[in-house]
Ligand binder design. Structure first.
Ligand code: NAP
Ligand code: G3H
Length: 482
């Protein structure tokens, strides 16, 4: 239990270089998903304050865009150092706020510092281009285009609850390095950790007004943020429905969307089943399945299924179910509503003939890792994203059927293929409609400089250090006519 370690944090927001309450004093109280204890509160901004945050960011960007790259880089390095120095404190808040196991919460802070440093370095390697006119039919060698990359202006960074520090910094750091300013909208459950991260950026010497925090429920302040004409780019990570609604409202504003997933693991009969089981269990159940890249279904050849199911069962039953501060692998889900949703998917699959191999045991929002075998494609869990610790096994007759079911999904984030036949691996990978295919490994985003993208309802645009830097800037062309 968290009782002895909770100190309720009444955090304020950073607006125009000052840490403030909201004007009307409204606050949102945040409770621990583990035990319901109050862990703190954050201001609930009004629409007027949201507009002020954008205005302030816009003014600050006019100066920031002229700062030297090495100055920006030094700011980011100091920020990264501060995060590492405070990894226990910030990790503790992540653990309390989103019920992530303690070691993973601290790892998230360290991973973020690494990402910030890599972003600072990589930005210095982004150079322009020089084109001469005579390489085009009828062009002149005296016509020269100088292509530079310039900032977009004010970036709206909207982050999800599941990586409240890492998936916020992965937007903010490249935005700043490319000369933009930022309005940061953290997930409400995750905003205490997000604010602590920005406190460290502020201590590192953040110029006034360059990053402004907009706390408040997305359902209340989301539209004011997204439709504000002062926003020049939106970098959003969250659910597909939220992202698609937001994209309609933001119309012509460029955006990168990292959305949901239903990543399949395809297992062929010649796979190393011990390795496959290990990777699948880690992929499906780490942070209780609350990762966009979690393995969310297994498509296994019928003649291999019994053996694979037995191996996954054994490993799933080794996972520790408990509280995040006990460093349990499976911890309470973000809220009761999410747990009800996951339970609904399990019940529906059982009604439709699935066999419970292990799990289907619940205490409030804490669900045991649940392995369901012989799941039919009529079941909701074959298609919907649970964001919880349930793994459906779907038995298939052929490689072709596996690919067909994989591609029938509305999502297209990642997929894993387990086989020792390199030709089969290549053939399947080429057919899968996803952003990335992992061969003989679990689905996952990192390392954070790899390109990370989803197709279909899993997103648009590309993240990953260099790709984020590019999406947070644009070409500017100067043509010299000699
Ligand atoms: P979510 O409910 O969609 O929320 C994401 C963010 O959007 C939060 O900051 C939320 O604020 C905000 N928001 C909500 N309504 C909004 C609106 N109308 N306008 C603007 N912003 C709004 O997602 P989540 O529950 O935090 O995260 C889980 C989902 O994210 C899963 O589907 C997961 O797959 C996806 N995800 C995807 C990736 C990826 O890289 N592809 C990574 C992580 C998570 P409030 O918290 O105030 O509601
Ligand atoms: O939840 C979505 C994250 O982008 C997943 O990151 O694969 O490193 O856990 P991860």
């Amino acid at each position: 239990m968290l009782t002895n370690s909770v100190k309720a944090e009444q955090k304020n927001i950073l607006l125009n270089g000052e840490w403030k309450e909201s004007e009307n004093g409204n606050r949102i109280t945040l409770n621990s998903p583990s035990n319901g204890e109050v862990i703190g509160s954050v201001p609930a901004l009004s629409e007027k304050e949201v507009n002020k945050a954008v205005e302030t960011a816009s003014a600050a960007q006019k100066e920031w865009k002229n700062t030297a790259l090495h100055e920006r880089k030094q700011l980011l390095y100091r920020w990264a150092d501060n995060l590492v120095e405070n990894k226990e404190k910030i990790g503790h808040m992540i653990m309390q706020e989103v019920a992530k196991k303690k070691s993973s919460a601290i790892d998230e802070v360290v991973r973020t510092a690494d990402l910030i440093r890599h972003t600072a370095e990589e930005a210095c390697r982004i150079t322009g281009d020089l084109l001469t006119g005579d390489s085009y039919n009828g062009g002149s060698p005296n016509k020269i285009a100088q292509v530079n990359r310039v900032p977009l202006g004010v970036v709206l960074a909207i982050a999800p609850f599941n990586y409240p520090v890492n998936l916020s910094a992965s937007k903010i750091a490249p935005a700043l390095m490319m000369g933009n300013s930022v309005v940061f909208k953290p997930a409400t459950q995750g905003s205490l950790s997000g604010i602590m991260m920005i406190e460290e950026l502020d201590k590192a010497g953040l110029p006034e007004g360059l990053v402004n925090i907009a706390t408040g429920r997305g359902s209340e302040i989301g539209d004011a943020l997204v439709t504000n004409p002062g926003i020049n780019q939106i970098s959003f990570t969250g659910g597909s429905e939220t992202g698609m609604n937001l994209a309609k409202k933001a119309s012509m504003v460029p955006m990168v969307l990292e959305l949901g997933g239903k990543d399949p693991a395809i297992v062929l009969e010649d796979a190393d089943l011990d390795k496959a089981a290990k990777e699948i269990v880690a992929g499906a159940f780490s942070y209780s399945g609350q990762r966009c890249t979690a393995i969310k279904r297994v498509l296994v050849k019928e003649d291999t299924a019994d053996e694979l199911v037995a191996k996954i069962k054994e490993k799933a039953e080794e996972l520790k179910v408990g509280q995040p501060e006990e460093n349990a692998d499976i911890t309470p889900l973000i809220n009761e509503k999410s747990a009800d949703y996951v339970q609904g998917l399990i019940d529906d699959a059982i009604d439709k003939g699935a066999e419970v191999i292990t799990g289907d045991d619940r205490n409030g929002s804490l669900l045991a890792p649940t392995l369901l075998d012989k799941v039919t494609t009529e079941s909701r869990v074959a298609w919907e994203e649970p964001f919880g610790p349930v793994l459906p096994m779907i038995r298939v007759k052929s490689e072709e059927e596996a690919v067909q079911i994989a591609n029938e999904s509305e999502y297209g984030l990642q997929a894993s293929v387990f086989t020792q036949d390199i030709d089969a691996a290549n053939r399947i990978a080429d057919q899968l409609e996803v952003g990335s295919v992992q061969l003989n490994g679990k689905t996952s985003r990192g390392p954070d400089h790899f390109p990370f993208l989803g197709v279909k309802q899993s997103g648009q645009g590309v993240q990953g250090v260099r790709y984020s830097l590019l999406s947070l800037s644009r070409e500017k062309v100067k043509v010299f006519n000699g």
